[in-house]
Design a protein around this ligand. Structure first.
Ligand SMILES: *[C@@H]1O[C@H](CO)[C@@H](O)[C@H](O)[C@H]1NC(C)=O
Ligand SMILES: *[C@@H]1O[C@H](CO)[C@@H](O)[C@H](O)[C@H]1NC(C)=O
Ligand SMILES: *[C@@H]1O[C@H](CO)[C@@H](O)[C@H](O)[C@H]1NC(C)=O
Ligand SMILES: *[C@@H]1O[C@H](CO)[C@@H](O)[C@H](O)[C@H]1NC(C)=O
Length: 437
């Protein structure tokens, strides 16, 4: 009459209906079915005298099987968590070796950084949460079991006493085992969550060190391929991102100012270059403001230049000026696009001021206006105290030569950047900057 008590893998329950209808033994059919983890057993506990003994037992057995199933699943979850930790460890050692790798190859840091950040393991909270929920389910089931036992006690007279004792002994044993499992699992869970948290902390600190090193590389400037192969990057229109050239200008009666420039800002690119001296903040200024063309200001006098660089590509531009009649020339990509005169004629450029890249000065070295800030990248800003020949300018613009300025020469040690977001970065090769590249 009593089927095998503890079938382990697949289990069969007696259909309730058949039992209740009291069919003959040889007419019984066994139905094999899966019991959902969270679902109630489909046979309600109806404590009918005599006949419910079997179904009560089935019920208990089902519950036990479900609990067993749950525990197996929890074990799996835990081994998954261990997997996550191993994964984290591997990543940490990768991070660590990346930090040690000092071979900085132009521009590749940015990508590596992104990848590393992207790989930060998914939050282990999910796993721990679900483990917690499963555990709660387990406890609820145990309580149910106890209640059933209690109800069985109330109508205890209906059970044959030896059978009831047997059931209760077994139940007691099972309960003990299950509680032990649960407490083991709780402990493991706490250890795992501690370990996961510790690993996460370690990962974060390693990543921070990595990010710091990258910023150092970008700001510091010692590590470029050659001293002039860097650019200043000013990605936002602010009044606090700028570059400063640490040298000043001598008194000059002529000059040429050249630079590589890249911007797609609108309406105007802003102020890539300004030189202010005490008493004249606009001693030399290159500015594209609103919808005006690029302008050259000398001693606050203005010439409009026929230059157009606002296409997001690199351009080589030069302006040359001499005090004699205030003659000026404007070059773009090696070609002389415009000339004029009477720009601050007979005015000598005053010495001892401050050169700012990316901001317009309202007082020497300060009072910047975000509306006039340059947005984009600048490189190889060089200044000569003479008017360069067209062939010299062309050969720089077509990458066949590089001539450092004789009064200001583009060197990482001569250029400081200010503001979070302003960087010195490696410069693309000259041929990659050409307009048809
Ligand atoms: C993970 O859980 C802890 C503790 O409950 C909480 O402080 C933390 O914010 C959670 N992390 C995330 C990413 O949800
Ligand atoms: C059921 O009754 C037995 C004895 O009759 C007792 O030992 C046991 O603790 C009772 N169980 C519950 C859950 O009340
Ligand atoms: C996990 O950390 C908590 C507090 O940080 C501590 O109380 C607990 O004992 C730790 N568990 C293990 C298993 O180390
Ligand atoms: C670059 O310009 C210089 C000066 O005009 C010229 O001599 C040279 O041939 C040019 N080189 C190329 C590759 O165009």
């Amino acid at each position: 009459m009593i089927p095998l008590l503890y079938g382990l893998l697949c289990f069969c329950v007696l259909g309730c209906g058949q039992l209740a209808s009291g069919q003959a033994d040889d007419g019984k059919r066994y139905i094999c079915r899966a019991v959902p983890l969270s679902g109630d057993a489909s046979c309600p506990v109806t404590l009918l005298p005599e006949l419910n003994t079997g179904s009560q037992e089935e019920e208990l057995r089902n519950t036990v099987m479900q609990l067993r199933e749950t525990i197996l699943q929890q074990k799996e979850t835990i081994s998954k968590q261990l997997g996550t930790i191993n994964e984290l460890t591997t990543k940490l050692s990768l991070c660590a070796s990346a930090t040690d790798d000092r071979n900085y190859k132009g521009g590749s840091w940015g990508k590596e950084k992104q990848n590393t950040m992207g790989d930060v393991p998914r939050d282990p909270n999910d796993t721990i949460d679900s483990l917690g929920k499963t555990m709660q389910g387990l406890k609820d089931r145990l309580e149910n079991l106890e209640q059933q036992q209690m109800r069985a006690n109330i109508s205890g007279a209906a059970f044959p006493s030896e059978f009831r004792d047997l059931l209760q002994r077994r139940l007691g044993e099972l309960e003990k085992q299950l509680l032990k499992k649960v407490s083991n699992l709780e402990e493991e869970k706490s250890m795992l969550s501690n370990a996961t948290a510790a690993y996460r902390l370690k990962t974060e600190s390693t990543l921070n060190a990595l990010v710091e090193r990258i910023s150092e590389l970008e700001k510091g400037g010692g590590d470029f391929k050659s001293p002039e192969m860097f650019k200043v990057s000013l990605p936002q229109r602010t009044n606090y991102l700028y570059g400063r050239i640490t040298k000043s200008l001598p008194e000059m009666y002529a000059f040429t100012l050249c630079m590589w420039i890249k911007s797609s800002a609108s309406p105007g690119i802003g102020t890539p270059f300004s030189y202010g001296v005490p008493g004249q903040a606009n001693e030399i200024v290159l500015i594209e403001w609103g919808n005006n063309p690029i302008e050259l200001l000398i001693n606050d006098k203005v010439a409009q230049l026929p230059l157009e660089v606002r296409d997001g590509r690199w351009h080589h531009i030069c302006v040359a000026w001499t005090t004699r009649d205030g003659q000026w020339e404007a070059y773009q990509d090696g070609g002389k696009l415009g000339t004029g005169d009477n720009l601050a004629a007979w005015h000598p450029i005053k010495p001892g001021g401050v050169i700012i890249l990316g901001q317009e000065q309202d007082v020497v070295g300060g009072r910047f206006d975000a509306g006039q800030a340059f947005v984009g990248e600048l490189s190889q800003v060089n200044i000569w105290d003479r008017v360069l020949k067209p062939a010299e300018i062309q050969s720089m613009a077509n990458c066949s030569s590089y001539i450092p300025g004789n009064v200001i020469s583009w060197l990482a040690s001569n250029v400081e950047v200010f503001g979070r977001g302003a960087f010195k970065r490696p410069l693309e090769m000259c041929v990659e900057r050409l307009p048809n590249a």
